[in-house]
Write a protein that binds this ligand. Structure first.
Ligand code: AMP
Ligand code: FE
Ligand code: FE
Ligand code: ZN
Length: 286
């Protein structure tokens, strides 16, 4: 496999909606020749222990992280939090609240789908790991297993589309509160994939200014799901606010076409994250 040195700062495991266990994500990163990764499961730090053990075994750098859900009106906004304290009471409580809201929301979505299709909550549970953060991707996997969708992408374009009539949002804190919480937990907050939504749906410069005031560290500029011109728009925002930029793959195993190491983050930005994050310790590469 072609070697990609550097850090991929956004990956998912079966602790949320990735398809590989935390140690397999680490193995995939090592196989790809990466220097290190951040494991950033949605609203959970439960994969850190297994990922850390695997990182030590493979000599891979590991930045423990989380992708915290937030919400501004109808907009879902994701915040990467690196090196947070996984036992910070406020963060633990917020992640538990979001996880519970995600689960009851998913049950209601499946209830509505079940009126029209032969899908039950048990079908979805079969697709989730124990204690994993439940999301539409697990409902997608159940739809695929039942022959009701070809793959996750097909499910998201159809029955799981926000306008399908089956979907509702879930509770999440406002983005500025999420940024402040990540900082309070000793972490380094980065706005995830701001170049991915359609331009008219992306956060406004004013909204980003509020996040900067709350302690935002950087913008994730390079991302596989960026729209045309998305990276340039993010770059312009970063220059306007004097923020660093990151690059990452948002790897979900076979759950998305994104390849691990598809984008990486400049070493000096990784160094600043390691310097500013005080809530937990990174594992250095061998
Ligand atoms: P949810 O958090 O339940 O609203 O679902 C959103 C999650 O689904 C995000 O974390 C994405 O990683 C994933 N996702 C969104 N669109 C797609 C897609 N087209 N294919 C696969 N996964 C997707
Ligand atoms: Fe995801
Ligand atoms: Fe995300
Ligand atoms: Zn992600």
């Amino acid at each position: 496999m072609q070697s990609v040195r550097g850090y991929d700062l956004h990956t998912h495991s079966t602790v949320s909606d990735g398809t590989q266990s935390p140690d397999d994500v680490v193995r995939s990163a090592a196989d790809a020749g990466l220097t290190g990764i951040a494991l950033t499961d949605h609203d959970s730090t439960a994969g850190w222990a297994d990922a850390s053990a695997a990182a030590r075994e493979h000599g891979l750098g590991l930045v423990p992280g989380v992708e915290l859900s937030s919400r501004l009106g109808w907009r879902s906004v994701h915040l990467l939090g690196y090196l947070v304290d996984p036992e910070h009471a406020g963060l633990v409580a917020e992640m538990a609240r979001i996880q519970a809201a995600r689960r009851s929301r998913a049950e209601r979505i499946v209830g509505r789908l079940g009126v029209d299709y032969r899908i039950s909550w048990d079908d979805v549970l079969r697709q989730t790991g124990k204690g994993s953060t439940v999301g539409r991707p697990h409902i997608a996997d159940a739809l695929v297993a039942l022959g009701l969708a070809r793959d996750r992408g097909d499910a998201f374009a159809g029955l799981l589309h926000p306008r399908s009539g089956y979907i509702e949002p879930h509770y999440a804190p406002e983005p500025a509160a999420g940024v402040a919480l990540i900082r309070a937990a000793g972490g380094v907050p980065v706005l995830a994939h701001p170049g991915a939504p359609r331009e008219e749906w992306a956060l406004s410069a004013d909204a980003i200014a509020e996040l900067v005031d709350a302690g935002l560290f950087a913008l994730e500029r390079d991302h596989p799901e960026n729209r045309r011109g998305g990276a340039d728009r993010v770059d312009a925002l970063a220059r306007r606010f004097g923020l660093p930029v990151t690059g990452s793959s948002d790897y979900h195993g076979s759950g998305k076409p994104n390849r691990i190491g598809q984008f990486t983050t400049a070493p000096e930005v990784v160094a600043r994250i390691l310097d500013e994050g005080t809530g937990s310790a990174a594992i250095p590469p061998a």
